[in-house]
Design a protein around this ligand. Structure first.
Ligand SMILES: [Zn+2]
Length: 160
């Protein structure tokens, strides 16, 4: 992972956006129950994403990187964020765990045999696994879904 990749810190109200950002490979911290003071303490070098005007104001006056999210719909949030911050080229789907933000590692079919449906085990060659929670990811329906969705959001987009 490169050092200059954008890293995010999602405010409480942005759980869905956080998961979608991880799905696209962005390092995204999100705590569902965290108070305003703790957010401001922990955000560090990350870009704080918030829908709370008060949090936005405080963060910007203390010199934190902060982005105000206007929409309450995750699709619009994601689309606008990608366009505003020019994130399109940084999108790396299938690299990060949606649940714990951990970077996924390669796994052989035999290593995930007990964790995936039999037809998946038989037809898919490449798997990735989260080193923290053990969740298994594979290209296929997952990626097709992301691709379709993202194309609708930000236009033509190629998956290698
Ligand atoms: Zn995980």
């Amino acid at each position: 992972m490169e050092e200059n990749e954008p890293k995010f810190f999602c405010d409480r109200m942005l759980g869905k956006l956080a998961k979608k950002l991880r799905l696209l490979g962005f390092d995204t911290v999100y705590y569902p129950r965290i108070d305003e003071r703790k957010i401001l303490e922990r955000v560090g070098e990350r870009i704080l994403l918030t829908r709370d005007k008060e949090v936005y104001r405080k963060a910007s006056t203390t010199g934190l990187k902060v982005y105000y999210v206007e929409s309450d719909d995750w699709r619009s949030q994601l689309r606008k964020l990608i366009l505003d911050l020019e994130l399109y080229d940084d999108i790396k789907p299938f690299t990060r765990c949606v649940e714990c933000n951990e970077v996924l590692i390669d796994a052989k079919p035999d290593e995930v045999k007990d964790k995936v449906p039999e037809y998946i085990y038989k037809t898919v060659e490449k798997f990735k696994v989260c080193p923290r929670c053990g969740r298994v990811y594979w290209k296929g329906s997952h990626l097709e879904w992301i691709k379709r969705d993202m194309e609708k959001l930000v236009g033509e987009w190629r998956v290698e």
